[in-house]
Design a protein around this ligand. Sequence first.
Ligand SMILES: [Zn+2]
Length: 59
Amino acid sequence: MNKLESDSESFGGVVYECVRCATLVTNEDLAALPEIKCICGYRILKKRRPSIVKQVKSI
Ligand SMILES: [Zn+2]
């Protein structure tokens, strides 16, 4: 997991999360695939930025 995180940093730290199985897919993983989809075959991915932590507070 640590290795994946350091790898994703060189790609801008963009990570996608499958909405079906919650598997994290890095840009590097997507680059090796002919199309954007999860390893489970599901194509709907949410974009995540694990290197940037935002706190949302209601004032
Ligand atoms: Zn999936």
